[in-house]
Design a protein around this ligand. Structure first.
Ligand SMILES: Cc1cc2nc3c(=O)[nH]c(=O)nc-3n(C[C@H](O)[C@H](O)[C@H](O)COP(=O)(O)O)c2cc1C
Length: 192
């Protein structure tokens, strides 16, 4: 039975356990535990450098082949093996956090050739201090295009705007409900 569980990898882009982690908790409540194995990875706790643009990865067709020896090597396997990858980030200056962007750029090593993430399922959770136009729209577009480029299935996004402090967010019941609903929708897309 264990082997039949769907693997869900959550790549957490915030440097703190704040709004995005809280919204992610609610999404995962909606996703449920039955039949899924969830692994949450806080990328800020890992040692992941930016892409060095050496193109060494191009020599390898069946693996990432990245020439840098850091924690990204383990993440490559997790990303390729996952039935669903949920990318999460607060919006920092009209984009995702630099910690998560390093992971995105290093994923370039998975997108060459036939793409090692072809047919994978990807989803996105964003929180923002402003509204959709203050950067969340751009981050959504980045992931949609990245997924399209890598032939991954982009399942959709949950964007929570106007986030101040996590304590305030907890009192916004409509956010809790929409996050749980998003989790249930993701579940139905990967399990049926
Ligand atoms: C350095 C920094 C830059 C930010 N830039 C933006 C921005 O461009 N647009 C926006 O809507 N919110 C911005 N924010 C607000 C955060 O996106 C928002 O507070 C978010 O919910 C924080 O999530 P977290 O608690 O999970 O880290 C920024 C916050 C910080 C610390």
């Amino acid at each position: 039975m264990g082997d039949m569980k769907k693997k869900v990898l959550v790549l957490e882009g915030s440097p703190r356990r704040g709004n995005t982690a809280l919204v992610t908790d609610w999404v995962l409540e909606g996703l449920g535990k039955k039949g899924v194995e969830v692994r949450r990875v806080r990328v800020c706790e890992l040692n992941i450098a930016g892409c060095q643009e050496c193109f060494g990865c191009r020599a390898e067709k069946r693996r990432a082949g990245c020439q840098q020896d850091d924690d990204m090597l383990e993440l490559y396997d997790l990303i390729v093996d996952a039935d669903l990858v949920i990318w999460t980030s607060p919006i920092f200056c009209w984009g995702v956090t630099s910690q998560l962007k390093a992971v995105v750029d290093r994923c370039f090593a998975l997108l060459k050739g036939e793409s090692l993430v072809k047919g994978s399922n990807w989803a996105l959770i964003l929180t923002a201090g402003g509204d959709h136009y203050d950067g969340a729209d751009l981050a959504v577009e980045m992931f949609r295009r990245l997924a399209e480029f890598g032939k991954a299935n982009y399942l959709g996004q949950l964007v929570v705007p106007s986030c101040s402090e996590p304590g305030v967010l907890k009192r916004r019941q409509e956010v809790v409900e929409s996050a749980r609903r998003f989790g249930r929708e993701l579940r139905s897309q990967i399990i049926g």
